[in-house]
Each structure stands twice: as C-alpha cells, then as structure tokens.
Design a protein around this ligand. Structure first.
Ligand SMILES: C[S@@+](CC[C@H](N)C(=O)[O-])C[C@H]1O[C@@H](n2cnc3c(N)ncnc32)[C@H](O)[C@@H]1O
Length: 230
C-alpha cells in the first residue's frame, strides 16, 4: 500500500480521533475527510446508485428523500464524484426521525433527534461537510411532500424514497414525487420487503402496479415506460 493510500485508509478509520487531536481545520487543509461508511444509518443500495450514475448524463438531478445522518446520501455523492459527471444531488429530510414504526413500534432515530435537541439537522450537515460534499450536495430540511412542491414537473432524473414506512406516507410520497420525474427517469424506494415492511410493498403495488423489485430490497418505476421493462 502506498503512503497516500495508507494515510487515506488510516484517516478514514480514525477520523474522529484525529479530529480531536488536530482539529478540523488542519484535517481539512491536509485533505483528510470522512467516508459515508463511517456514518450511522441504513443503506444497502450502492449498486442502484452506481447504475443510476452510469445511466444518466451530465446535468442530471437526483433527489434522495429520507437521508437520516447522510450515509446513503454521502455514498451517492462519492459515486457521482468518482464518475466525473456533473450530477446534482439533493437530500431531503425533516431531521426529526420517523417516530415509532414497524411491528415492534421502534423509534430508530430517537437518539439522534434527542442528541440534537429535537433535530439532527446539525449532524447531517456536519457529516456532509466532513465527507467533502458541502458544495456538492444540497440539503433541504423539510417534509417530503412540501419539498416536492419546490420542484417543477418532469424536472428530476431519479428520486429515491426512504422516509416513513407506513402505507399512507409511502403513498403520499409516491404521489407527490411521481410528477416530478422526467419521462425515462426513475422513481424508486427502499425497504421493498413483504416480511419487514408490508405496507411499503402494498402502497407501491397499489399506486404503481408495474413497479419492479430492484437492487437489494428496492423497488423501481421507470417513468413513461408502460410495462416498466428495463
Ligand atoms: C430510514 S431513515 C433514512 C436512512 C438513510 N437513507 C440512511 O442512509 O441511513 C428515514 C428518514 O426519513 C426521514 N423522514 C421521515 N418522514 C419524513 C418526511 N415526511 N419527509 C422527509 N423526511 C422524512 C426521517 O427523519 C429519517 O431520517
């Protein structure tokens, strides 16, 4: 392993320790950054991000709804950066968590919300900055449906939904974002899992009956493609 790779690998594994010793500004000047896989969260669709980035051209715009602390969002930033393409990435989150949900009524985000005094917006923004995407990823702290109104119809290439998992929320998210995606663009989402998140599967099936399973427990709808074939 060359020196540069060693420093990159060491600094990514020990970013927090290095930050407490040297301070952020020095780390920034040395080019030491954080990596998406050091951020807490739930993310397993990197291959979907890679497919999206290789499928859409320069000038495209992607939206991720439900960023939590930025794990999937910063991965997308990295995939775009490595591609050399000029693709806009926008992350949207209330930064107040999903609240209790699922069969165990678990509140997965309560700790992060509480640590930030009722919002994890500060942590999300900091994570995006630490990963080096402060000028590349746009964050919108908002409810999904309200944020969708900021975008023109048929103005986005890929919208990926990963917010709440109940039937009404998934249906509302799909209905709000579907008109915003260009013909040929993709509307997709996480947690396409009959066992764990049956309401996601039911809402997708009811609103987009030809949506297909995609990547790793994702679903996808290709807009304007009647039978939704790839
Ligand atoms: C499952 S987490 C997202 C995980 C994330 N993609 C990751 O990489 O770890 C769901 C997120 O959706 C957000 N959320 C819930 N309801 C929302 C809504 N109506 N609009 C926007 N964000 C919402 C929550 O605050 C939470 O951060």
């Amino acid at each position: 392993m060359g020196l540069k790779n060693f420093v990159a690998s060491y600094s990514s594994r020990h970013y927090d320790a290095l930050r407490s010793i040297f301070g952020e500004s020095l780390l920034g000047r040395l080019g030491v950054r954080r990596y998406w896989y050091e951020i807490d969260g739930w993310f397993h669709w990197r291959s979907a991000q890679e497919e999206a980035v290789s499928s859409f051209p320069d000038g495209s715009r992607f939206v991720e709804v439900g960023t939590y602390l930025g794990r999937s969002l910063c991965s997308l930033g990295e995939v775009v950066e490595r591609s050399g393409k000029n693709i806009g990435v926008i992350g949207i989150d209330t930064c107040r968590g999903n609240g209790p949900e699922g069969w165990r009524s678990q509140d997965y985000h309560a700790g992060a919300v509480q640590n930030g005094g009722g919002t994890f917006a500060g942590t999300l923004h900091k994570n995006v900055l630490d990963c080096g995407f402060g000028d590349k990823i746009v964050l919108i702290i908002s409810d999904s449906v309200s944020a969708s109104r900021l975008f023109g119809d048929a103005s986005l290439d890929w919208v990926h939904l990963d917010a709440r998992h109940d039937y009404a929320s998934v249906k509302a998210d799909i209905e709000a974002w579907l008109p915003k995606v260009k013909p040929g663009g993709w509307l997709s989402g996480d947690d396409y899992d009959t066992q764990k998140w049956p309401e996601v599967v039911k809402a997708v099936g009811d609103v987009l009956p030809c949506a297909k399973p995609w990547s790793n427990q994702q679903w996808r709808w290709i807009v304007g493609n009647a039978d939704n074939a790839d």
